[in-house]
Design a protein around this ligand. Structure first.
Ligand SMILES: [Zn+2]
Length: 85
């Protein structure tokens, strides 16, 4: 399982192997592994709801790449709609 799969599996914003410095909310054990749950410090991405955005109301890095590669940029879509009207 890679880090992104683990994020979706646990419905969290990030999975790290290192000890976190953020506020710790709790922890649990799965077999020999101990998982610590900590509060996310980044902003919530409006697309995937993970707390990975650098700014409020902005897409995270991963979503931004998808938006750019699929041409789903909202400002561009608005311009296209205006052209059709
Ligand atoms: Zn996102």
């Amino acid at each position: 399982m890679n880090a992104t799969d683990a994020e979706d599996w646990f419905v969290v914003s990030g999975v790290f192997e290192d000890q976190v410095e953020e506020e710790i909310l709790g922890s649990f054990k799965v077999d020999a592994d101990t998982f610590t749950v900590a509060k996310a410090t980044a902003y919530k991405c409006p697309r995937c709801w993970k707390f990975q955005s650098k700014k409020e109301e902005c897409a995270c890095k991963r979503c931004e790449e998808v938006i750019v590669s699929t041409g789903l940029d909202s400002s561009k879509t608005q311009t296209d709609e205006k052209a059709l009207a």
